[in-house]
Structures are given as C-alpha cells and as structure tokens.
Design a protein around this ligand. Structure first.
Ligand code: HEM
Length: 229
C-alpha cells in the first residue's frame, strides 16, 4: 500500500501519521499520530485563551488584550469557561500520554538535586527513549497546573460561596500557578522550536527525521530502526 502511495506521489509520512505512530516511513519517523496532535493543540489553544482573557482581569496593564475580546466584561465570562475547557482537554491529554510518560526507575533517581542535569539532557543521554526526563517533568507540571487552576479558579468564580481566607489563598494559588506554569511554557516553546530544529514538525506534520531521532532520543531511535547505533 505504501509503495503504491509513493508511486503516485502522495505524502506518505503525513498520511501514515493520521493513525499510526512510532514507525519508520522512508527517511522519516512518525512521532505523533493525529489524535495526539489534536489534543496537544486543543490544550495549548485553551491555555492561551485563558491567559489572554485572564491577564486583563488581573491588571489594567493588559487592558489592550481585553479589548481584543470586546472588553473586560466579556473576558470575565469567557475566562472561566475557557478554564473549564483547558482542564477538560488537559485531563484527556493526561490520560492519552500517561503510559508513555511513566518515569523509569533510573529517571526517578534524577528527580531532585540532579533535575537540572536532566532538563539539560545531560543525564545518560544514550538511554533517552521517546521522551526525556525534562519532557516528562513538564507533562506532570501541566497536570498539576491544571489541578491548581481548577481548584483555585472555582473559588474565584463563585466567591460568595467560600470564606474570605479561602478566597485569599485561591488568589495567591491562581497567580503563583500561572507564573510558574507560564515560565515552564516559555521554556517548552523555546525547546520545541528554536532550540531543537525539527521538533515543531513533530506536532504539526507528525513526523521527525531519522537524524533528529538519533540525536535527541537515541534509545527510541534504536528501538524503531533496530539499529545498533
Ligand atoms: C503554544 C505553543 C506550543 C508549542 C509551539 C508547542 C510545541 C510542542 C511540540 C513540538 C511538542 C513535541 C515535542 C516532541 O515530540 O519531542 C510538544 C509536546 C508537548 N506539549 Fe507543547 N507546545 C505548545 C504549547 C503547549 C502547552 C500550552 C502545553 C500544556 C499546557 C503543552 C504541553 C505539551 C506536552 C505535555 C507535550 C509532551 C511532552 C513534551 O514533549 O514536552 N504544549 N509541544
């Protein structure tokens, strides 16, 4: 079937990437099937919508952002609804990827003082599978952030239902979660684009080059290609 597609000039990698992943197709490797990519971009888009409608509520400095949505009153309505959509899509993403993101015993050993080495990809590079330790940590950070936003967000959505002290804690938690998570997203976007060329393709087209896989995820590359190196 694949060779027929080749002969009539179809983009085999992109076609196969609709419902398959972790397979070699010609010079490429399919990294994320269509469903993974759709879930990822839903989570990302809902998060950006939350940020764009939440920041104008947080401070007048971001009033210009609020104008894009029709003003502060609209932002106050859209923000919690976008928050629910973010949480729901993040929950689907968590379920979708949780098996692949399980930390190996060796990886767990790196969480703690040696985390920075892991985030810099310096820890036993040869043993890095489909996701490295930093990616796994980011995955769990996203899950924790989604919980933090939801828990504190519900209190702020219905303030009169909760005691004042809880409202104060919720404001602090909501803001701190945003600052911490937004910082990790800046790193995530940097790593997924400028820092590691060829990575963005994995989340758009679904494919990466064999060279990319060999350099960044050597164990995954060996498993898929059967190559010794
Ligand atoms: C808006 C800009 C974003 C870009 C350009 C982007 C890009 C990417 C790319 C290219 C990958 C695949 C990495 C790989 O296969 O090795 C990825 C994975 C992932 N993304 Fe994003 N992403 C963005 C936003 C987000 C947001 C807002 C979240 C969560 C709220 C998120 C969560 C994840 C997770 C959990 C993974 C899998 C683990 C990882 O590769 O780090 N992404 N992203």
């Amino acid at each position: 079937m694949s060779s027929v597609r080749h002969q009539i000039g179809l983009d085999v990698g992109a076609l196969e990437a609709r419902d398959t992943e972790d397979v070699v197709v010609g010079k490429e490797i399919i990294r994320h099937r269509l469903s993974s990519r759709v879930i990822h971009w839903l989570v990302a888009d809902f998060f950006l919508l939350c940020a764009a409608t939440g920041l104008p509520v947080f401070s007048p400095v971001f009033g210009w952002l609020g104008s894009l949505f029709g003003g502060l009153a609209v932002c106050r309505v859209v923000h919690p609804l976008a928050g629910l959509a973010f949480f729901a899509s993040a929950a689907v993403m968590f379920r979708h990827w949780s098996q692949e993101m399980e930390m190996t015993a060796q990886e767990r050993g790196w969480v703690g003082p040696k985390l920075l080495e892991y985030l810099r990809d310096e820890a036993n590079h040869d043993q890095i599978g489909k996701y490295n330790g930093g990616q796994k940590v980011f995955f769990y950070t996203a899950a924790l952030a989604a919980l933090g936003f939801l828990g504190s967000g519900v209190v702020l959505w219905f303030p009169l239902t909760f005691p004042g002290v809880l409202r104060q804690i919720a404001i602090l938690l909501h803001n701190l979660t945003f600052i911490a998570f937004f910082t990790s997203i800046v790193f995530h976007v940097y790593l997924a684009t400028i820092a590691e060329p060829g990575t963005f393709n994995a989340m758009t087209r679904g494919t990466v080059s064999k060279a990319w896989a060999r350099i960044h995820h050597p164990k995954w590359y060996r498993e898929l290609t059967g190559s010794g190196k």
